[in-house]
Structures are given as structure tokens and as C-alpha cells.
Ligand binder design. Structure first.
Ligand SMILES: CC(C)(COP(=O)(O)OP(=O)(O)OC[C@H]1O[C@@H](n2cnc3c(N)ncnc32)[C@H](O)[C@@H]1OP(=O)(O)O)[C@@H](O)C(=O)NCCC(=O)NCCS
Length: 174
């Protein structure tokens, strides 16, 4: 497996592939949370992240096997999001290596902490979210903030199919 940050000049094909992968896995991972078929992202948005040097891709045998967005929130804090592994290659360590890569990039940039956000339904348990909460815990992440999504992001409230909280997780990179 090879992981690299996509160059700002990356072509449309890889951007389309990353966009399709993220939307495919989030459709399943966030099933029941949103009204209708709300795509997580668009090729235009991903292209912007690529131009900013924020998209890392895991390649296996030359194919896109996973992706993650890595960015700096402030001088001391890195963040990863939009983590996705190809369902055909689950359980092979693609997700774990992408998280490790995001942490290394952030540490090398001088960050002392890593952050991620997780959207969870408030009144029921979603198996994908349950898995992620346990896995992030095993990776050393702890919940530092819990908030009502509709209160903090009112523009998203009409799109929600069920009340949701978003959890902020943090991990010390030292
Ligand atoms: C989260 C995700 C990226 C993990 O990708 P992956 O490549 O399958 O994960 P890995 O192979 O690196 O395994 C990660 C962990 O899950 C465990 N795992 C993997 N497949 C499993 C399975 N079928 N059953 C139980 N545990 C499993 C592994 O043991 C590993 O745990 P460990 O690190 O403690 O050993 C992937 O499931 C995904 O794309 N999910 C949908 C998108 C999503 O929800 N993204 C995050 C939003 S915040």
C-alpha cells in the first residue's frame, strides 16, 4: 500500500474516484441520518481540497483503496475527516494506515494534537458509528465536546432525518 498527498495538479479521474468512494461509503455509514440521498461531497469540493494539498490517497496495486482529508485547524492542531476505505478492501489496514499517515503529517507540521468529528444519531445506535467510536477509542482518541448538530449548524437541520449530535474527538500527538 502506498499513501500520498495528491498533488494540486492531480487529474480529474482520481478526483472523481475519490469523490465516488467517499459518497459510496458515507451513504452506508450515515444511512438513516439524512433525508433523501444527500451526497457527502462533490467533485468540485474535492478538487478544492486537492488544490489545498489536503487529500491523501491510499493506493493498492495502483488503484484508489481509500482516502482522507487532512488539514490544520490552528498552529497546534491537525484534523482528519472524510475518511473512507473501499468496501472491497475493508479490514486490510487501509483505514488504520490513513489515520496513522494523517497523524504523521500533522506531527511533522508541528501540531501537538489531532482532532476529528463524528456525527451520531442521539436516540438510537448506528452500527457503523458504534464501530468508529470504539475504534477511535482504541487509537487513543477521547471525546472532548458533544453538541447538538442542529444548534451548531442550523443550515443542516432541515436535512437531518433524526436528531444528531456531533462528537469532537482529540488525541495528543506527543
Ligand atoms: C472507517 C474505515 C475507513 C475503516 O477502514 P478499513 O480499511 O476497513 O479499516 P482497517 O482495516 O484499518 O481496520 C480498522 C479497525 O477495524 C477493525 N476491523 C476491520 N474490519 C472489521 C470487521 N469486519 N469486523 C470487526 N472489526 C473490523 C480492525 O481490526 C481494526 O481495528 P484495530 O485498528 O484495533 O486493529 C471504513 O470502515 C469506512 O470507510 N467506513 C465508512 C466511512 C466512515 O464512516 N468514515 C469515518 C467518518 S468519521
Amino acid at each position: 500500500m502506498e499513501i500520498e498527498v495528491l498533488a494540486p495538479s492531480a487529474g480529474a479521474a482520481v478526483i472523481e474516484r475519490v469523490t465516488g468512494l467517499v459518497n459510496e461509503v458515507y451513504a452506508e455509514a450515515e444511512k438513516g441520518l439524512w433525508r433523501g440521498s444527500t451526497d457527502r461531497t462533490t467533485a468540485g469540493e474535492v478538487a478544492g481540497f486537492v488544490r489545498a494539498g489536503e487529500i491523501a490517497v491510499a493506493f493498492v496495486d495502483g488503484d484508489v483503496a481509500g482516502a482522507v482529508r487532512i488539514r490544520r485547524l490552528d498552529a497546534a492542531t491537525g484534523e482528519f475527516g472524510m475518511l473512507a476505505a473501499d468496501p472491497a478492501r475493508r479490514g486490510l489496514g487501509v483505514g488504520r494506515e490513513l489515520v496513522r499517515f494523517a497523524e504523521r503529517v500533522s506531527r511533522d507540521a508541528g501540531c501537538r494534537e489531532m482532532q476529528l468529528e463524528l456525527l451520531v444519531p442521539r436516540e438510537w445506535t448506528h452500527p457503523s458509528k458504534q464501530f468508529l467510536a470504539e475504534w477511535y477509542g482504541r487509537l487513543g482518541y477521547r471525546v472532548t465536546h458533544r453538541a447538538d448538530l442542529a444548534e451548531d449548524y442550523p443550515h443542516l437541520a432541515p436535512s437531518l432525518a433524526t436528531p444528531c449530535d456531533f462528537l469532537v474527538y482529540r488525541k495528543d500527538l506527543a
